[in-house]
Design a protein. Structure first.
Length: 249
């Protein structure tokens, strides 16, 4: 696997730029690569166990740990028919990361491979293999996390009374309320992680809020942290993709 990763990265550097974008486009979980200094969060064994579970469910994708890399991120790569997901140790060791939120973050990367349209375009405007950020978020719960969560131990994390009430209210009509609660709790952690590493004045993403800034056309890049949480909520509740990033023709 290390040989495969080296080959993919070497090709990304040496190949003509147009081919590199089309074949080795590397969508990441977060738009910036912050560096972790803390050694809290989850352990390497927990990561390896989770990656083994993903490998079992998605045998067509190679899942790899880059444990000693302090980058707070994960990436999806592809070259021809070879699909790869790399999870960096900095993301796993980030103090707010939980087993469920890490699973959702990996599910987001799976969504780049399997989330469908809309796709990132290449230099000629043609679709590449990589689903856009919103599509990957939307896939991550209904297409991935619901499968993974049923094979993981149910966490015992207790939230504030307010957040517990919001989760219960939001997931009351879900066909799988327990999985819905776990998914949205993880989605909130993921959205807040993006909010933490961004240097902007956006409000903290919240379960009882909604993104009101609507783009004129479908957004392929990173939505706002609140929009990402809105997308997780829509996916968990089997609702349509939110207008904060998706604008159908």
């Amino acid at each position: 696997m290390k040989v495969l990763l080296f080959t993919l990265l070497l090709l990304a550097v040496l190949a003509p730029s147009q081919v590199a974008v089309q074949r080795v486009l590397c969508p990441a979980l977060l738009p910036v690569n912050a560096s972790a200094s803390a050694s809290e969060g989850l352990s390497e064994d927990q990561l390896n166990q989770l990656l083994a579970l993903f490998q079992k469910i998605y045998p067509d994708i190679d899942f790899q740990s880059s444990w000693f890399n302090n980058t707070i991120n994960a990436q999806a790569l592809r070259f021809d028919e070879s699909k790869l997901i790399i999870v960096y140790g900095g993301l796993v060791r980030e103090p707010t990361t939980t087993p469920d939120s890490l699973a959702l973050m990996i599910c987001h990367e799976v969504g780049h491979h399997k989330g469908g349209k809309p796709y990132f375009p290449d230099g000629d405007g043609k679709d590449t293999w990589a689903s856009a950020e919103g599509a990957a978020d939307y896939y991550s719960i209904r297409g991935c996390f619901t499968r993974i969560a049923s094979m993981m131990k149910t966490p015992t994390v207790r939230l504030s009374e307010r957040d517990e009430a919001l989760l219960e209210q939001t997931c009351a009509n879900s066909t799988k309320p327990t999985v819905c609660r776990r998914a949205l709790q993880s989605g909130a952690l993921m959205a807040r992680l993006q909010w933490n590493v961004f240097s902007n004045n956006q409000p903290v993403p919240a379960l009882d809020a909604e993104e009101t800034n609507l783009p004129p056309a479908t957004l392929l890049g990173y939505p706002s942290p609140q929009c990402r949480l809105d997308t997780f909520r829509a996916s968990a509740l089997l609702q349509e993709r939110p207008a904060c990033w998706y604008r159908p023709l």
